[in-house]
Design a protein around this ligand. Structure first.
Ligand SMILES: *[C@@H]1O[C@H](CO)[C@@H](O)[C@H](O)[C@H]1NC(C)=O
Ligand SMILES: *[C@@H]1O[C@H](CO)[C@@H](O)[C@H](O)[C@H]1NC(C)=O
Ligand SMILES: *[C@@H]1O[C@H](CO)[C@@H](O)[C@H](O)[C@H]1NC(C)=O
Ligand SMILES: *[C@@H]1O[C@H](CO)[C@@H](O)[C@H](O)[C@H]1NC(C)=O
Ligand SMILES: *[C@@H]1O[C@H](CO)[C@@H](O)[C@H](O)[C@H]1NC(C)=O
Ligand SMILES: *[C@@H]1O[C@H](CO)[C@@H](O)[C@H](O)[C@H]1NC(C)=O
Ligand SMILES: *[C@@H]1O[C@H](CO)[C@@H](O)[C@H](O)[C@H]1NC(C)=O
Ligand SMILES: *[C@@H]1O[C@H](CO)[C@@H](O)[C@H](O)[C@H]1NC(C)=O
Length: 678
């Protein structure tokens, strides 16, 4: 029993000694320098540390130009435009800082420099504000900070600046994102502080070499001393005397062979071994501490089960020290210490080149967005070096549309020729479609319909089917347009159709049997957006998105071409306001009326009534009948009864070639003889 007491005392002493040693180590770190390194505390979401909220406002200036870094991460954030949206920077400035163009696809994991304005704005921490719309149910404060923002913010900072509880996050919630940045202190004779993101195999000497700074100034800037460990996915401030774009130009061969796993043997040089020793030392200390504790607890014969962590939810509530063990960076084994930059040239030429316009150029082209150049809504007519163009002004994130259109080259899809990003707006510059939209031509001014004889209508349907067939089956990756309607079909001077407005388009993905969160998200939208009359029933009812959604809308477009009527009574009412003498108001959607037309008796007569009076009798009735049947199948309520777009396209190809053989005078003759016979 006395032995036991002695042992207990010994253990207590040991624990105290260990604790004191730790305190001394921490003290040593905190004494010299500028900003504290997060030291992997960002992993411990439910505890606050001074270093996790941000860099304290201790600089000379309360705001300054600063640089963040970000590693290109496909498929979402791998171009200056998309990274600019994520980090609320300016695509043009990012492109300039990295000597690439706005839309260049940046190879995976390439370090991108992102200039931002950094400011205290009356707070105690420097920060650059961005915002982020949650996209998946599985996202957490930790995943947003660590995975999406790559460590540019922390879960602690996110939680302190957003009012939602960590279990109350839901899709489409807009999070406020404070990004870490800092301005130089009086003591720092540098111009900028860059936030570098530590990755595997980084160490202080290699980061210092990469940015051409003294290792000591790098250590000082982060209140580190030479033996300290740095961890992957943590930010490190790099003090720079010049603009980083001038430093990071020189070239290296493309990516080195896959880096060895963290468990591999570290290289054999002095600096690495010093790091290793610190690590081993820390691990040894930890093991001793744990041994001491467990022995202590065993002695006490504590019967209480170890308390389980309360939260089993998302952010990893790992013990800091344990995490540091398996995340410990190892010294470099390769010589790659500067950024590899040249291969972006290859990428640049591979990507369909888009012109990057300056705001002044766009303003000049549109006469400062004058009313006379307005086409409709936020679309303007413009002239670049004599070529007409349509310019669409958009707010928010339009990188999706840019990314789709820049890859697509098809004569029946509107061509994006360039764009300009400025002041939160994106100006998309498209080829100009002289004849306006199909909906205007069909429904707005009745006389214009005369410009659309039968042959043109079949050609338009054929063009649209061609474009959809390309999108669904031949584009890489395949897309679903999701917003097909006659106002999104533009016509050029020769009345050839061009599909436009890819703002809602989504990639098609194969649905796996498992109802995995991310997979399901892609095919079931909770946010049903669309235009009445064009939306397929399964989409309205359950948000199901499949290529058959486009097939349904395509069927409606054929019906518009046949009947000359808008897709829904509401739209008809809109058009009729301008034209009071049209009084036969419909009750039904076009997609429903075709069922009545083609079912029951007198199908031929009903179809003749259904057809656009503007066509008069100048159409081959049998072909019109085939087209109406195709449309009826396309608008079937059950999506499995609808044809694939490929089949619809083939049917239309046949109708088109028969139309080309058709001689209008035959039909006239035929119908005259029919009416004579009556
Ligand atoms: C953390 O912040 C508190 C309050 O701002 C301060 O009293 C404390 O000294 C800080 N700790 C360190 C290690 O900087
Ligand atoms: C930027 O890249 C171009 C090649 O696209 C090269 O000619 C030029 O020297 C680079 N600029 C700098 C500052 O390195
Ligand atoms: C910083 O702010 C100034 C003025 O508000 C602006 O002109 C500049 O473009 C901004 N820089 C960045 C990188 O956003
Ligand atoms: C950034 O956001 C914080 C918190 O919402 C706010 O106090 C601060 O003024 C913002 N900074 C700027 C520059 O807008
Ligand atoms: C943090 O993000 C990186 C990728 O950016 C990932 O490899 C790593 O596993 C994440 N860390 C944790 C603890 O999830
Ligand atoms: C989370 O949601 C629940 C129920 O909707 C609500 O009672 C609670 O106050 C919310 N918590 C936070 C921190 O917003
Ligand atoms: C300024 O830097 C020197 C050495 O570079 C250091 O000794 C001193 O403590 C620093 N002062 C402050 C206020 O950080
Ligand atoms: C590491 O260095 C020691 C002596 O410094 C040497 O004996 C050993 O072979 C080296 N190991 C490797 C893998 O280079």
């Amino acid at each position: 029993m006395r032995d036991g007491m002695k042992m207990k005392m010994k253990m207590k002493m040991m624990v105290m000694v260990m604790a004191m040693a730790m305190v001394i180590v921490i003290q040593m770190k905190a004494t010299s320098g500028q900003q504290s390194y997060v030291n992997n505390h960002q992993l411990d979401c439910y505890n606050h540390f001074n270093s996790t909220d941000g860099y304290v406002c201790n600089g000379v200036a309360s705001s300054c130009l600063s640089y963040l870094t970000f590693r290109s991460s496909p498929p979402n954030y791998n171009s200056p435009v998309s990274i600019a949206y994520l980090l609320d920077s300016d695509a043009t400035l990012i492109a300039k800082a990295n000597n690439i163009s706005d839309v260049d696809t940046i190879p995976t994991d390439r370090l991108v420099i992102v200039p931002v304005n950094c400011s205290c704005a009356g707070r105690s921490y420097y920060q650059h504000n961005a915002s982020y719309l949650l996209k998946r149910r599985s996202e957490t404060y930790f995943s947003v900070a660590n995975n999406t923002y790559q460590g540019l913010t922390t879960c602690q900072a996110l939680m302190s600046q957003n009012s939602y509880g960590d279990r109350n996050l839901s899709v489409n919630l807009d999070l406020h994102i404070p990004l870490r940045c800092a301005c130089p202190t009086a003591n720092q004779t540098v111009k900028y502080l860059l936030v570098y993101l530590v990755t595997w195999h980084d160490d202080i000497p290699s980061i210092a070499a990469r940015f051409r700074v003294q290792p000591q100034s790098l250590l000082d800037a982060n209140r580190l001393s030479s033996g300290d460990i740095i961890y992957p996915f943590t930010p490190l401030l790099v003090p720079l005397t010049t603009d980083p774009s001038q430093i990071l130009q020189p070239e290296e061969p493309p990516s080195p062979p896959p880096p060895p796993t963290p468990q591999s043997i570290p290289a054999n040089n002095s600096k690495s071994s010093s790091n290793k020793w610190v690590l081993v030392g820390a691990a040894a200390l930890l093991v001793l501490l744990l041994l001491a504790l467990s022995a202590f607890l065993l002695r006490r014969r504590c019967r209480k089960p170890k308390p389980q962590p309360l939260s089993t939810s998302s952010p990893p509530e790992k013990n800091n020290n344990i995490v540091s063990n398996d995340h410990s960076p190892l010294p470099e084994t390769t010589k790659s210490s500067s950024i590899s930059w040249s291969s972006s040239l290859g990428v640049r030429s591979a990507v369909e080149s888009l012109t990057l316009y300056k705001l002044e150029e766009v303003q000049r082209a549109t006469d400062s967005f004058s009313e006379t150049n307005k086409i409709r809504g936020s679309v303007y007519r413009g002239r670049f070096k004599g070529d007409e163009a349509a310019i669409k002004v958009m707010k928010g994130d339009v990188s999706d549309e840019i990314n789709i259109l820049k890859r697509i080259n098809h004569s029946s899809i509107i061509r994006l020729s360039g764009f300009c990003v400025s002041g939160g707006n994106t100006y998309l510059v498209y080829e100009y479609a002289e004849s306006g939209s199909l909906s205007d031509l069909l429904h707005l001014h009745p006389p214009t319909k005369l410009k659309l004889p039968w042959k043109q209508r079949v050609e338009i349907a054929h063009d649209v089917a061609d474009a959809l067939n390309y999108l669904h089956n031949f584009a890489h990756p395949p897309y679903i347009h999701k917003n097909l309607k006659s106002s999104n079909i533009l016509l050029d001077a020769n009345l050839r159709a061009k599909l436009s407005n890819f703002g809602l388009a989504t990639q098609t993905r194969v649905v796996t049997g498992h109802d995995d969160d991310d997979q399901a998200q892609l095919h079931l939208t909770r946010h049903v957006v669309g235009t009445q009359g064009y939306m397929a029933p399964e989409y309205i009812e359950s948000g199901l998105v499949t290529p058959k959604l486009d097939v349904f809308a395509f069927g409606v477009i054929i019906l518009e071409l046949l009947s000359g009527k808008p897709a829904s009574p509401e739209q008809e009412a809109n058009y009729n306001n301008k034209d009071d003498n049209n009084n036969n108001q419909r009750e039904e959607l076009l997609s429903e009326s075709i069922r009545n037309v083609l079912e029951g008796d007198n199908v031929r007569d009903k179809l003749r009534d259904f057809m656009d009076p503007a066509l008069r009798l100048d159409y081959p009735f049998d072909l019109a009948f085939s087209m109406a049947q195709l449309a009826k199948r396309c608008v079937a309520r059950d999506l499995n009864s609808r044809p694939e777009i490929t089949e619809a396209f083939m049917t239309l190809s046949k109708i088109l070639s028969s139309t080309r053989d058709w001689d209008p005078s035959d039909e006239l003759q035929h119908s005259r003889s029919m009416s004579n016979g009556r």
